[in-house]
Ligand binder design. Structure first.
Ligand code: FRU
Length: 499
């Protein structure tokens, strides 16, 4: 990938593993993330894609098929084991999505405070060419019984309970026992009427985010898939304000998206990565030279004072780590974050750890609009590689961290998904919430193409990982775009009880 001149050198990272319990956090530095702009072409015509084709998801057509006409869908995950393998159940593919009814009169951007985990299923073993263009997913309804996730906040004042992302784990090859790990949210938001003078939509108090577990059972017959259980929701983790920022420190804090995994190097232990923010009061916690990461004598280096004076201190994302302290995964303890992006970006969402033959890939998703002052990068997926769960992670692709971008003109202002800049590439917000699957397949949802909103599955793509660099597989699907909403299982469960 050609690198433009006029940019600093990326920080030197070794990729070397640290003890998973060590108080060491790798840093995605400003010097690293500046490489995104350094690999972006400054000369493309306005509204074209300035990013390398090998790191860009091809443009999704505007006439994409609608996944479901009752509900919008966004963040999606399959049924997985501790190594990220994906399972079909008795001949059914089953997936889980954040959903929100299309028919309430509220818009797609109001979905977050109403999100509920729903599920979809379809017959396994059918070639994509034999399925409808939208993937043919059948909406099964919500996964949890009414009120079960809200019970975690019993006795407290809040206006909405929402269920945010997570993962669905199975444990034994021939069992219908599964566990949901997700983010139980309670919002206390003004309706602008009874809570005046607090303006409509503002927080009366900061939201609560609790990483929560619920156990249930999956069932199927020849016609459909359904669930029982998921009635007892066990709160696992709330931010501690020491490693992970609390709502009191920052009402816009992130604390969500649990993804559990095991590591061949740590037999018998289960870990969880999640999206967090570095602790400290918002706007009052400066960055230091390690967050900037410039090499000595780099003539393009910024000073710590410049950065702290620029407003960049408002952005403090991290990727958190926790370890289960009970075998049934009902109790967990925080470990120091794996990576921080202080003064770089505010959100590293839906992290995943993919361990491939002793190489540890840490993946996450982020937005153009959550980059700190002086930084820029597209909406898409980001990745870091190291030799252990906790490593001095090397950001992929010229040290930038960019794994897969939407087609974006980084020379032109972004606008927002709900209000795109007409000069910007119409596909700059085409998809989000990428989820990395076996064989390098990546699913995501359509957010906005031009002014048309999505809430449907994006085409699946395939990324080839080569250690410190990666590329889109253009031989997959049509010029790199595969079937819409394809999350193919690579394992199956046959449960005698259901036969
Ligand atoms: C990503 C995300 C997740 C969160 C959910 C809320 O699209 O922001 O981090 O769990 O959406 O809707």
């Amino acid at each position: 990938i050609p690198v433009e001149s006029g940019f600093p050198q990326p920080t030197l990272h070794t990729g070397v593993a640290h003890d998973v319990y060590e108080n060491y956090t790798s840093i995605w530095t400003r010097a690293d993330a500046k490489q995104i702009k350094a690999i972006s072409n400054p000369k493309v015509a306005v509204g074209q894609n300035s990013l390398p084709a090998s790191l860009t998801m091809p443009a999704i057509p505007t006439d994409f098929p609608v996944t479901n006409d009752q509900v919008w869908i966004w963040d999606t995950w399959p049924l997985t084991d501790a190594a990220g393998n994906q399972y079909s159940y008795n001949g059914w593919e089953v997936i889980f999505c954040l959903t929100f009814s299309r028919n309430t009169g509220l818009g797609f951007d109001e979905r977050h405070t109403h999100a509920k985990i729903g599920y979809f299923y379809r017959r396994a073993g059918v070639a994509a060419s034999q399925r409808p263009a939208n993937g043919g997913w059948i909406y099964g309804g919500l996964v949890f019984p009414e009120g079960a996730s809200a019970a975690v906040f019993a006795g407290q004042d809040y206006t909405q309970n929402a269920q945010w992302s997570g993962s669905m784990r199975m444990f034994k090859a021939n069992s219908n026992q599964i566990s949901a790990f997700y983010t139980d949210m309670a919002f206390d938001v003004s309706d602008g009427l009874y809570n005046t003078p607090i303006p409509k939509g503002s927080n009366i108090k900061p939201p609560q985010a609790i990483i929560t577990k619920a156990d249930g059972q999956i069932h199927s017959d020849n016609t459909h898939v359904w669930f029982t259980g998921f009635d007892k929701h066990v709160p696992l983790l709330k931010p501690d304000g020491v490693y992970y920022q609390t709502g009191e420190q920052n009402q816009y804090f992130s604390f969500r998206d649990p993804y559990t995994f095991t590591d061949p190097a740590h037999p018998g232990q289960t870990f969880m990565v999640f999206a967090g923010n570095s602790s400290g009061v918002r706007g009052e916690t400066p960055c230091d030279a390690s967050d900037l990461g410039y090499r000595p004598g780099d003539k393009y280096a910024e000073t710590v004072d410049e950065v702290n004076g620029s407003g960049a201190i408002f952005q403090r994302a991290n990727i958190g780590l926790a370890v289960a302290t009970k075998a049934d995964l009902s109790e967990w303890k925080f470990l120091p974050p794996l990576i921080s992006a202080n003064c770089v970006n505010d959100q590293l969402e839906r992290p995943q750890m993919s361990i491939q033959g002793g190489i540890y890939y840490l993946m996450t998703i982020s937005h153009r609009t959550t980059f700190a002052a002086g930084m820029d990068g597209p909406d898409g997926e980001y990745a870091y590689v190291g030799q252990g769960i906790r490593s001095d992670f090397i950001p992929l692709n010229s040290g930038s961290g960019l794994l897969m971008a939407n087609p974006t003109d980084l020379n032109t202002a972004a606008g927002a998904d709900y209000d795109p800049n007409p000069e910007q590439n119409p596909n700059a917000f085409q998809s989000y919430s990428h989820y990395y699957m076996p064989n390098g397949l990546v699913t995501s949802f359509i957010d906005a193409i031009g002014t048309k909103r999505g809430g449907s599955f994006a085409p699946t793509i395939q990324i080839k990982l080569h250690g410190v660099w990666s590329e889109l597989n253009t031989a997959y699907g049509t010029n790199g775009l595969g079937p819409y909403g394809d999350l193919p299982p690579n394992r199956f469960i046959l449960d005698r009880q259901a036969a």
